[in-house]
Structures are given as structure tokens and as C-alpha cells.
Design a binder for this molecule. Structure first.
Ligand code: ZN
Length: 244
């Protein structure tokens, strides 16, 4: 009788410790992902290529008027961007990127590392090679990827309704054919022309929060039928009909 009670008590303890261990494993290990998997929790003070991969994913959360540096250094701006990302998706917002944050990112990305609502072909209706622009094909493609993550943030902030892209990367030939400026960011891969289910002014105004240094829209010459966004070194916002 005593032995049975002891065995029962032991098995309860074993089940309990197994459950605890199981919980810890679940909380401490992010699932593998087809695109990129983080192997450690990231927080302020750390640096590395894994930090830079995170920065690309949260580049749409720099705060109003800011552009997040993709420098692989987890400083205050990166922590703030992670916090805004966490808040946007209802996660506990502590600015530390752990399994919960990574799992959300995994759910938001396709196997080619593009966010689920945007694709490379959408960002390049010019050619399939990404060549012929102002930068190498790989740089143009990488720039387009960052723009896509910013657009994913913009799309989410505007209620998850579709944002469509009328033009993205352009070679010089495509840019000339489109009548684009000779220094157009479309030549660099990060310039994107937006249309879609929102008014142009809604897109232009909200884009100010999501990492776009350039926003051109209604009232700016040749921008009454789309909103142009891109990343460049200095701010250039101009959409007079929207009060920008
Ligand atoms: Zn444009």
C-alpha cells in the first residue's frame, strides 16, 4: 500500500517535471523556418548577422520619420523597432527578440524571405534578372526585400487590406520607357509605386511611420495616380494635396 502510494507520488512528480521541461523547451526554442532561423535570443548590446536579419524584418517599425539602420548592431533604435513590431502583433512588448517574436516573423515570411503579402515578381515587372539598374542585381533585389518588409508593416497598420504595386525595380531601359527621373530610386530596387484599396493620401500619410525616407503623392508632379515610396539618404516627402 505504501509502495503503491510512493509509486503514484513519484509518477506525479515525474509527469510534473516532464510538463515543466516541456514548457521550457517550447518557450525556449523557436521553430525552424524555410527562410532563416534565429539560433539565440537577441537583445540590446548584441551584434551580428542574425541581428541584421532581424533589423530587415522590423525595418517597417522605426517610428515616425525614422529609417532603421541595417547595421547588425542591436542598439536602442532596434530595440524600439522590435517593441513596435511586438505591439503591432499583440506580443508582449519588451524589445527583446526571443522565440515569440521569431515565431511571428516565421509566420509572416515565405521561404524566400519575402513577407507573405509581397513577392519579388511584384517588385520587378521590368525584367527577371534585376540587372541593368544603378546597382548590382543582388543589391537591387536586397533593397527590394527591405522595401517589402516596410510595406508589410504599412499594410498591417492599415488594417491588413491589400496594397498593390504598379512599379518597383527598373533597369535604365525600363526607367526611360516609364519616363522616370534619371536618379529614380526605382533604379536601386527600393523605389515602389503604390496603388490599392486605400486612398493615396492614406497611403502617403501612413508611410511616414514605416521607414520610407521618400514619399511622393497627390499634388507632386506625375504622382496623382499612385504614391511613390523609397529609402534614400535624406528625407523627401512631398504630397501637397495630402498636406505633406
Ligand atoms: Zn515611383
Amino acid at each position: 500500500m505504501f509502495a503503491r502510494a510512493l509509486r503514484l507520488a513519484l509518477s506525479i512528480v515525474m509527469i510534473a517535471s516532464f510538463a515543466v521541461v516541456g514548457t521550457v523547451v517550447t518557450a525556449g526554442t523557436a521553430q525552424a523556418d524555410g527562410c532563416y532561423s534565429w539560433g539565440r535570443t537577441l537583445k540590446q548590446g548584441m551584434s551580428g548577422s542574425d541581428v541584421r536579419q532581424l533589423q530587415i524584418r522590423v525595418s517597417g517599425y522605426p517610428g515616425y520619420g525614422n529609417v532603421l539602420a541595417l547595421d547588425g548592431v542591436y542598439g536602442p533604435a532596434t530595440a524600439a523597432a522590435v517593441t513596435r513590431f511586438q505591439r503591432a502583433y499583440g506580443l508582449s512588448a519588451d524589445g527583446v527578440a526571443g522565440p515569440q517574436t521569431f515565431n511571428k516573423i516565421y509566420a509572416l515570411q515565405d521561404n524566400d524571405c519575402t513577407p507573405i503579402h509581397f513577392t519579388y515578381p511584384e517588385l520587378n515587372r521590368c525584367n527577371s534578372t534585376w540587372s541593368g539598374g544603378a546597382v548590382s542585381a543582388s543589391t537591387a533585389r536586397a533593397n527590394a526585400l527591405v522595401s517589402m518588409w516596410k510595406l508589410e508593416a504599412l499594410r498591417h497598420a492599415l488594417g491588413d487590406r491589400p496594397i498593390n504595386i504598379s512599379s518597383g525595380f527598373r533597369s535604365y531601359a525600363c526607367n526611360n520607357a516609364a519616363g522616370g527621373a534619371s536618379t529614380s530610386r526605382h533604379l536601386y530596387g527600393d523605389g515602389v509605386d503604390l496603388v490599392g484599396s486605400h486612398s493615396f493620401c492614406t497611403l502617403a500619410k501612413r508611410a511616414r511611420y514605416h521607414g520610407f525616407a521618400s514619399i511622393l503623392g497627390p499634388g507632386y508632379p506625375d504622382h496623382n495616380d499612385h504614391v511613390h515610396v523609397s529609402t534614400r539618404s535624406s528625407r523627401h516627402w512631398n504630397a501637397p494635396n495630402c498636406g505633406i
